[in-house]
Design a protein around this ligand. Structure first.
Ligand SMILES: [Zn+2]
Length: 79
């Protein structure tokens, strides 16, 4: 993985895949790909009832320029 995510490349991949719907909260059409990435922890619930930490899935966040609602996309699906 590169040291820094190319936000233009992420925006192009989202367009190419048809992820161009209006904001799910306010219906605005302008978004920004946020700098950096986040990790979603994929924990496991065992039959004992204990939750174990699992792998971390890197995700990129896209924010609505109007209301700030944030949508996450798995980085591996885009780059
Ligand atoms: Zn919005």
């Amino acid at each position: 993985m590169k040291d820094e995510i190319d936000r233009d490349e992420v925006a192009s991949a989202l367009k190419e895949k048809g992820a161009t719907n209006k904001c799910h909260r306010c219906n605005a059409r302008e978004f920004s790909v946020l700098k950096g990435y986040s990790s979603v922890s994929l924990g496991e619930l065992r039959s004992s009832g204990h939750i174990f930490e699992g792998a971390a899935l890197p995700v990129v966040s896209v924010a609505c320029n109007n209301c700030g609602a944030i949508t996450q996309h798995a980085l591996g699906a885009l780059l």
